[in-house]
Design a protein around this ligand. Structure first.
Ligand SMILES: Cc1cc2nc3c(=O)[nH]c(=O)nc-3n(C[C@H](O)[C@H](O)[C@H](O)COP(=O)(O)OP(=O)(O)OC[C@H]3O[C@@H](n4cnc5c(N)ncnc54)[C@H](O)[C@@H]3O)c2cc1C
Length: 573
């Protein structure tokens, strides 16, 4: 068994771990990053292999080696989920994500208080466990700004220091300055969507994306190839952690990256501190790293599992779990999708970055009056490629035909032939409230390739608040489709809502150590030299994608570690 010593060990070098690695190494700390997957190069993605990256989803964890199981409730036996697409390489999910990069709304940080103030206490479902974030949007704003400028995000401001700007998202929270880069080119689907949404009185705008619209920091602009979500970028225009902060960490000389390293335990001593981690190397060697600070950023399924696997006599229920909240209050985007097909025009959805090309935010969060609707929260509405993650040739795969057309044989072929280039998909990511019994624990029946119990998810989105919200948003999606002038408008079947790469919660942050796992700096209440960073810390979610927020939180944690914790180790106030 090999043992190494360092200042900081980071488990999982993805969207958040890669930021912490760069920031702490730049501050002179010796950092070791453990990543279970490989390190790719931009050149590796030159082939744009749809079979490999879209059909076989080569950049996600192998479900046979790394299963995650799911059951709708505690009375059911969990089964391995359909392959779950999340991070599994240096850069994590950002290598193959859609790069849509949202700041959350001001109200997203205070869902509980704001809903009670505006609609009364009965607006929150009785068994819902939502708490406010231990920070406001204004507290996080400097870090949102930081990540947008560090990695390069393209977009148009809709609210500059409180001044609303048409053409940007007028519902966004105030930002202090413009995006570092102008929006990406608007394609035909976005133009048609924009016109339809404006007819209905909504406020469409180009979606902010961590994809370069112009050359930035030595990287080239987007080539609009369409091989985007689920693919690595073949020119390095996607601002993934692989091409942004990892090279910065390398340049310090203080960062050591170990790939093929599967962390299986966080080690602790009887003083109540963590002492480091143990991991299996690619050659199955068993290794230990001793560190002053342990940072866990392996995404939520693995972070909960690791903490539960690390139980000791002193921490019999797992680390950071003295109050029983570890693994609980998970949430995910539910969805809602409508297709619009046109007899009289081409849409050419397969061109350009695929995810959420153009958006309206009128029905998201608390941007509209929910009085009398019977639900709180909502969703952004965007036009995008039909499969959430489709490349150009596979564009039709995610589109079930409209009612009356079978999904096989000649009628199906005729349908696809006619509408392949003449359809759009209008999507929503309806958000979901937290409940204590929506949770992750260890599966007693299923193990991974290393012999470790698989993470088991217990989750079912079909609660009254969520069902009403989804039904409301689906109607809006259809209205937009008709306003776009489509000949056919039809709904995609709703998913069963099983978790995916936008899952949040499980180690939530809060102001109260009795009801949360970490504080606002993502520091464990129980163990001050343990930081848990990522979307697992979100106490509530947003109708927006999570990654820019978790990256802003990573910069906030890095700042707190470098400028405060390092000088005075202990619980940060
Ligand atoms: C196809 C796809 C499209 C997406 N599109 C968007 C989008 O448009 N916008 C958006 O905001 N978000 C999007 N996401 C989600 C986004 O990728 C995640 O929010 C983000 O990557 C999470 O960051 P993280 O640091 O928590 O985890 P990750 O980025 O997943 O990084 C965690 C890393 O930890 C490693 N790891 C896990 N367990 C261990 C272990 N035990 N030992 C060692 N290493 C370990 C993993 O291999 C992984 O590389 C998308 C995700 C996918 C898969």
């Amino acid at each position: 068994m090999a043992t190494e010593k360092t200042d900081v060990v980071i488990v999982g070098v993805g969207a958040t771990g890669g930021i912490l690695a760069a920031e702490l190494a730049k501050a002179g700390m010796k950092v070791i990053g453990l990543e279970r997957g490989p390190r790719h190069k931009t050149a590796d993605f030159a082939a744009q292999d749809e079979l490999r990256y879209f059909q076989r989803q080569d950049l996600r964890p192998d479900p046979k080696r790394q299963p995650v199981t799911w059951r709708p409730n505690a009375n059911t036996r969990a089964v391995p989920m359909a392959p779950l697409n999340y991070g599994n390489q240096v850069g994590g999910g950002t290598v193959h994500y859609g790069a849509v990069s949202w700041r959350f709304h001001e109200s997203d940080f205070r869902v509980r208080s704001q809903s009670i103030e505006r609609y009364g206490a009965s607006a929150i479902p009785e068994d819902c466990s939502v708490i406010d974030w231990p920070m406001s949007y204004a507290d996080l704003e400097p870090y949102y700004d930081r990540v947008e400028y560090e990695i390069g995000v393209s977009g148009k401001a809709g609210n500059l220091k409180g001044r609303k700007i048409e053409g940007g998202n007028i519902f966004e929270a105030p930002r202090q300055r413009e995006f570092p880069l102008p929006p990406l080119f608007v394609d035909n689907s976005a133009r048609i969507f924009e016109a339809g949404a404006r007819k209905l009185g909504y406020h469409p705008f180009p979606t902010p994306r961590a994809i370069l619209s112009e050359p930035y920091k030595g990287r080239p602009a987007c080539a609009y190839c369409g091989f985007c979500s689920t693919f690595g970028c073949h020119v390095g225009a996607k601002s993934s952690i692989l091409v942004t902060t990892i090279p910065e960490a390398d340049a310090t000389g203080n960062f050591k990256l170990v790939t093929g390293a599967m962390c299986y335990r966080v080690n602790s001593d009887n003083s109540g501190r963590v002492t480091g981690v143990s991991y299996y190397g690619p050659d199955n060697s068993d290794n230990t790293i001793e560190a002053e600070i342990v940072i866990l950023s392996p995404f939520i399924y693995d972070v909960v599992r690791l903490l539960l696997l690390s139980k000791t006599n002193r921490f019999p229920d797992g680390l950071a779990n003295s109050n029983g909240h570890l693994g609980r209050h998970i949430m995910t985007h539910i969805g809602g999708r409508v297709f619009a097909a046109f007899d009289d025009r081409y849409v050419n959805m397969y061109m350009g970055p695929t995810a959420q090309k153009h958006t309206v935010d009128d029905f998201n969060g608390d941007n509209f009056d929910h009085g009398g609707l019977g639900f709180i929260l909502g969703a952004q509405i965007s036009v995008q490629g039909p499969g959430f993650d489709a490349g150009p040739i596979a564009a039709s795969v995610g589109m079930p035909p409209p009612p009356g057309i079978p999904n096989w044989g000649k009628p199906y072929r005729d349908f696809i032939r006619k509408y392949f280039a003449r359809h759009a998909s209008i999507n929503a990511q309806t958000d979901n409230l937290p409940f204590a019994d929506q949770m992750i624990d260890l599966d007693p029946n299923v193990r991974d390739a290393w012999g470790l119990p698989a993470p088991r998810i217990t989750y079912d989105w079909r609660r009254p608040n969520e069902q009403k919200g989804v039904a409301f948003i689906q109607e809006k999606l259809e209205q937009v489709g008709h306003a776009m002038g489509a000949t056919h408008v039809w709904r995609a079947p709703l998913s069963q809502g099983a978790p995916g790469p936008h899952t949040q919660g499980g180690t939530r942050m809060g102001n109260d150590p009795r009801t949360s796992v970490v504080n606002r700096y993502s520091q464990s209440w129980d163990i001050p030299n343990l930081f848990i960073v990522g979307s697992s810390t979100h106490p509530s979610m947003s109708g927006f994608n999570p990654t820019l927020t978790i990256q802003a939180l990573a910069y906030m944690s890095a700042d707190a570690i470098v400028n405060r914790y390092r000088k005075n180790p202990g619980l940060l106030a």
